[in-house]
Design a binder for this molecule. Structure first.
Ligand code: GTP
Ligand code: MG
Length: 571
């Protein structure tokens, strides 16, 4: 294992401010999807500075803060021409409002965070049951409300309409044009990340949906919590990504049983089942039924109980999120924590992961539908592995993070050692000053020549290992080490991946500087923008056989093919 000398402490330690910095940087992509202008209260800038001094927040601290905000929040459907002033005046009668914003998703909605839960309670006390003439309402009360306007909305009173926060990405064609206007590949990569990463509001909305779900599950399990995991919180989420949630019953599962202090004690009588899986299935079956029958805004509920990890899948219409609910999925939470930590160690990790994920999506290497293709999770692990293999490494192997762990970090889940350090300040990184452009290019080269036939990708060791099984692509699960996270990938998908890596490395090397603008003012695609143009492996092979032709000719033909084939893509 590479020795991690104290060359520098948290390479971009000021990068606790990275998230802040990205949010503050000028927005280089003008958003146009289902949105108007951006507006909410100014953020508390003093808070940013305090956070910067304290260093990056741990995932658990972040979860606690967001969950607490969500508990004090309500989601209100309202008319787009509602007067914001009147709306806030009305709600303020119930309590001080800490934050609010509006967004569009099958209608206009407001997320309103009160300063205390009393505000929520007072508002709910004042809410009335809807009068429905031809149907019957299911009398389940929740924090999803509708604003009733009796003659208050006057369409002709020059009301400008509510200003909505964007909750989806710009179409890829628009992104490509914006990237083409940047001066360096590094700028393009930052621009892409700014355009695609989850916004503060989208993150709050995700926690609010978890909190609404918790209210439903609490009918059976009053002490439960519903926590987001996966890309909603690991730092790699793209606007529009699914919302992975797990119903946390740890406090009532009997896992952390305390030895009674006195000689007499009582215990709950509980029904027994044959296995933990059977318990999970029955809980999800009942909660799934509840969500389906009683959950306001929850549609298309599917109970997928025989999967390796049983889940309930549904759409939450008011937020537009595709939701996956699991139970006590603690290993997945650990993977989320690990990815979150790696993403904050060095700012290049997130930037590279965003670029690679977006590139893979643009070429249909990944899909929102499960299948024989590589998943975003596997792709992220591949980027992490590549960054561990740099010289000097940009991030340390998981085994090193395990060695740095203290007693409080110890975690064994179902026999799997999931221990790793949580204190960022204990991790010392080596100095590596490679640019993003260099890294992106080398990522494609690295995987164009990786010996997939013999070797396995292993972020625990930070080194490739002999493949223990015959699957075309073997990526060791970081915590359940006998498992392959890319078991589903077939050889033709892997071949496509390798071919596209080869093509992309080649394309990136074709031009050193951005080209001059076209006569009609449309900048030609170059650098990362070119890599996001749909291309086909057949075309790639024939192009590679040809002698190098002037880059402008190739890009022109790629742009021609884009005109006929490109359509907005959102995953
Ligand atoms: P997108 O939803 O595609 O944006 O990415 P994601 O990271 O959220 O992936 P996904 O929704 O497929 O899975 C959610 C989380 O479950 C991941 O972030 C991982 O923590 C975990 N996960 C997904 N697939 C695997 C797998 O094959 N093995 C393990 N151990 N965990 C997985
Ligand atoms: Mg996900």
């Amino acid at each position: 294992m590479a020795s991690y000398r104290a060359l520098c402490r948290l390479h971009l330690r000021g990068q606790g401010s990275f998230m802040t910095c990205v949010q503050k940087a000028h927005i280089c992509v003008s958003r146009s999807v289902g949105t108007k202008v951006v507006a909410t209260q100014a953020e508390d800038s003093g808070k940013d500075e305090r956070e910067e001094k304290a260093g990056p927040k741990s995932l658990s601290a972040f979860l606690v803060e967001r969950q607490e905000q969500a508990e004090r929040s309500v989601l209100i459907s309202c008319h787009p021409k509602t007067s914001e002033k009147k709306f806030l005046k009305y709600l303020s009668r119930h309590g001080d409002i800490k934050k609010h914003f509006f967004y569009d998703s099958y209608g206009t909605y407001a997320v309103v965070e009160f300063s205390t839960q009393d505000g929520v309670r007072s508002l709910l006390d004042a809410a009335v049951i809807p009068s429905v003439s031809h149907e019957s309402a299911v009398p389940f009360k929740s924090r999803l409300l509708s604003l009733r306007t009796t003659g208050a909305v006057n369409q002709s009173d020059q009301q400008p309409g509510l200003q909505c926060r964007p909750q989806s990405t710009v179409p890829i064609s628009e992104l490509i044009q914006t990237l083409a206007r940047q001066e360096t590949v590094d700028q393009q990569i930052m621009c892409l990340t700014q355009a695609y990463q989850l916004t503060e509001e989208n993150s709050r909305l995700r926690f609010l949906v978890c909190s609404l779900l918790k209210d439903i599950a609490a009918a059976y399990f009053p002490e439960c919590t519903v926590k987001p995991f996966g890309s909603s919180v690991n730092g790699f989420g793209k606007l529009g990504c699914d919302l992975d949630m797990f119903l946390d019953l740890d406090d009532i599962s009997g896992r952390d049983v305390q030895t009674p202090k006195s000689s007499l004690s009582v215990e709950y009588q509980m029904k027994r089942a044959t296995s933990e899986r059977a318990v999970t299935q029955s809980i999800l079956s009942v909660i799934g039924e509840c969500v389906d029958q009683f959950g306001p805004g929850c549609v298309g509920v599917q109970k997928i109980l025989n999967a390796r990890c049983p889940l309930v899948r549904f759409s939450h219409q008011p937020s537009g999120f595709q939701c996956d609910l699991t139970v006590n999925n603690r290993v997945a939470l650990k993977s989320t924590e690990l990815l979150y930590l790696y993403g904050l160690l060095d700012r290049r990790v997130r930037l590279l992961v965003f670029s690679v994920r977006c590139w893979a999506r643009a070429h249909s290497l990944t899909s929102s539908i499960p299948g024989a293709w590589v998943t975003n999770f596997s792709l992220t692990v591949m980027v992490l592995f590549f960054l561990q293999r740099r010289s000097p490494p940009i991030i340390p192997p998981l085994d090193h993070l395990r060695q740095l762990a203290g007693p409080a970090d110890r975690s064994v889940i179902e026999g799997n050692d999931c221990t790793f350090v949580s204190d960022f300040s204990k991790i010392q990184l080596q100095t590596n000053t490679e640019t993003l452009e260099q890294l992106l290019n080398d990522f494609f080269e690295f995987y164009s020549t990786f010996p997939f036939g013999k070797m396995s990708i292993n972020i625990r060791k930070g080194k490739e290992q002999n493949k223990p099984e015959v699957a075309p692509l073997h990526i060791q699960n970081p915590f359940e080490t006998s498992l392959n996270v890319s078991k589903n990938v077939n050889s033709s998908q892997l071949e496509r991946f390798v071919a596209l890596c080869r093509e992309s490395a080649w394309l990136l090397q074709q031009r050193d500087a951005p080209p001059a603008g076209a006569a009609d003012g449309t900048p030609p695609a170059w650098g990362l923008a070119t890599l996001l143009l749909p291309s086909q492996v057949g075309g790639v092979k024939s192009r590679r056989k040809r002698k190098r032709e002037p880059a402008s000719e190739r890009i022109k033909s790629l742009l021609e093919s884009l005109k006929s084939k490109n359509s907005p893509k959102n995953s």
